[in-house]
Write a protein that binds this ligand. Sequence first.
Ligand SMILES: Nc1ncnc2c1ncn2[C@@H]1O[C@H](COP(=O)(O)OP(=O)(O)OP(=O)(O)O)[C@@H](O)[C@H]1O
Ligand SMILES: [Mg+2]
Length: 244
Amino acid sequence: MTVRQPFACFVTGTDTGVGKTHASATLLHALNAAGYRTAGMKPVASGSDWRDGHWHNDDVAQLRAASSVTVPLGHTCPFLLRTPCSPHLAAAQEGVRITRAPIREAFDALRRQAEAVVVEGVGGFHVPLDVGAVRWSTADLADMLGLPVVMVAGIRLGCLNHAVLTAQAIRARGLNLAGWIANRVDPDMLLADENIATLHAALDAPCLGELPWQLEPAAAAARLDLSPLFAANQYQAEASGLAA
Ligand SMILES: Nc1ncnc2c1ncn2[C@@H]1O[C@H](COP(=O)(O)OP(=O)(O)OP(=O)(O)O)[C@@H](O)[C@H]1O
Ligand SMILES: [Mg+2]
């Protein structure tokens, strides 16, 4: 059996609804095609309904459907909240505190079960997870996991400003923006190609590919170039080996 270098990445986006789940599922399919045993993770999901004996969230379901390894639901999503709103507000409604340890434990469990883990963030990069005594946000979550970051740019009006700000925020946390994905979420956007060309010029990071409007993740997987992500994982493994 081939032993592969462990792989993981953190997927953030220029906003909520820009295609993080769509892109994460596409990354999982691309990794499946490269022969990896894969698991998607959504550490915090808000908005779920009771179906077939368990709480169902669309992001979690899509990530699990694109994964090649079947894992316990609690490892895919340790904080599955019911109310469809910002996670810290959903958690408050339900009397839950979103804390670091269960997420860390679920991620470590996934790393033991799969060779490649794709972690989808929550909303945009700075969405609060708790504004109480323990103040933390999605940026802190990405920092805690310390993974190479993939930024999904939803190609729609406003994406240039959102993409540049998000890239700055990722780097300001000392994280590696290993690549970005142009996701065509708006088929009617004017000058979409020119906007993508502007992002190529403005973002000092490799573009992993473009995802067309309405192409399913399994079919779109071949459009992604994973080599910058493999290089980022390799670099990280060497750096942690040197530090050990
Ligand atoms: N390339 C695409 N073509 C057509 N529809 C798309 C594409 N990418 C995303 N969508 C649709 O846009 C919506 C938002 O996408 P998605 O759920 O992946 O965004 P998200 O960033 O993960 O959102 P959230 O912040 O809620 O997690 C979904 O209905 C999805 O099916
Ligand atoms: Mg999502």
